[in-house]
Design a protein around this ligand. Structure first.
Ligand code: ATP
Ligand SMILES: Nc1ccn([C@H]2C[C@H](O)[C@@H](COP(=O)(O)O)O2)c(=O)n1
Length: 226
């Protein structure tokens, strides 16, 4: 079977990670969560006392942390300087600062290079999810998907997830994700955007299973046409 590269982009909470992992597992492909890489570099900045609201300070040190991503869709990993970072990168503090750090051009250049290297090394192919994969990181991807969902559906999904951890109501979750999407969409360097040749899938009224089936069918269609 020929290698295939799938780019899955979209705003937060649209189902990119859940869908990408399941599609990659079902089709025997690798999986890369690029948001986890931006979260990892943000976490490193915060733990090393870097002022994340100072783009020049972030740019000066952004090549220091060693970020490594494991691409098994059944057990994806993310480490910083050899230490597992999968827990700390999901805190509310990191979530609220990641848009500022990921808007710095030097950070994007560094992480984009890392993403292209990982994608290029995936022998059977890879599903890469993020915000700018179809537009900037892998513009030649075999298939580009842009997932969307209403802010209400996304907030309900996210606040359900947070229950018992960092308690949050649906309204504040909705406001936080709208704010993060606005920042990610309006930055100058490779903003969150749908590639012209991406297939848009509105997941608002679809179950996760239906979204996975839809994307698997689109990948198989592409493979058959290759
Ligand atoms: N179609 C769906 N129906 C219901 N729940 C869903 C659907 N898709 C994903 N979910 C749930 O919504 C939550 C967010 O999904 P996921 O983390 O995959 O989104 P994401 O787009 O990767 O978000 P982010 O960009 O913020 O990382 C998860 O709890 C997931 O199980
Ligand atoms: N390709 C990407 C992926 C992610 N980011 C930034 C913007 C997001 O708000 C943040 C966290 O991503 P998530 O874990 O929510 O998917 O990382 C980006 O700029 N480009």
């Amino acid at each position: 079977m020929e290698s295939v590269i799938v780019a899955i982009d979209g705003p937060s909470g649209t189902g990119k990670s859940s869908t990408s992992k399941a599609v990659a597992a079902e089709l025997g492909l690798s999986y890369l969560d690029t948001g986890a890489q931006y979260r990892a570099i943000t976490w490193w900045m915060l733990t090393n006392g870097v002022d994340v609201d100072d783009p020049a300070a972030v740019a000066t040190v952004c090549d220091k942390p060693v970020i490594a991503s494991g691409t098994d869709p059944l057990a994806p990993t993310i480490s910083v300087d050899g230490a597992d970072a999968s827990g700390p990168i999901r805190t509310r503090d990191v979530t609220s600062k990641v848009s500022a750090v990921s808007a710095v051009p030097e950070v994007r250049a560094r992480i984009t290079e890392l993403q292209r290297t990982i994608a290029g090394a995936a022998e059977k192919g890879i599903v890469v999810e993020g915000r700018d994969i179809g537009t900037t990181v892998l513009p030649g991807a075999d298939l580009k998907i842009f997932l969307t969902a209403s802010p209400e559906a996304r907030a309900a999904r996210r606040s359900g997830e947070l229950k018992g951890k960092e308690a949050s109501d649906v309204e504040s979750t909705r406001e936080a994700l709208i704010k993060r999407d606005a920042a990610d969409s309006s930055r100058k360097t490779s903003p969150l955007a749908k590639a012209d040749d991406a297939v848009e899938v509105d997941t608002t009224d679809l179950t996760l299973k239906q979204v996975i089936e839809c994307v698997v069918a689109l990948v198989e269609e592409k493979r058959a046409a290759k």
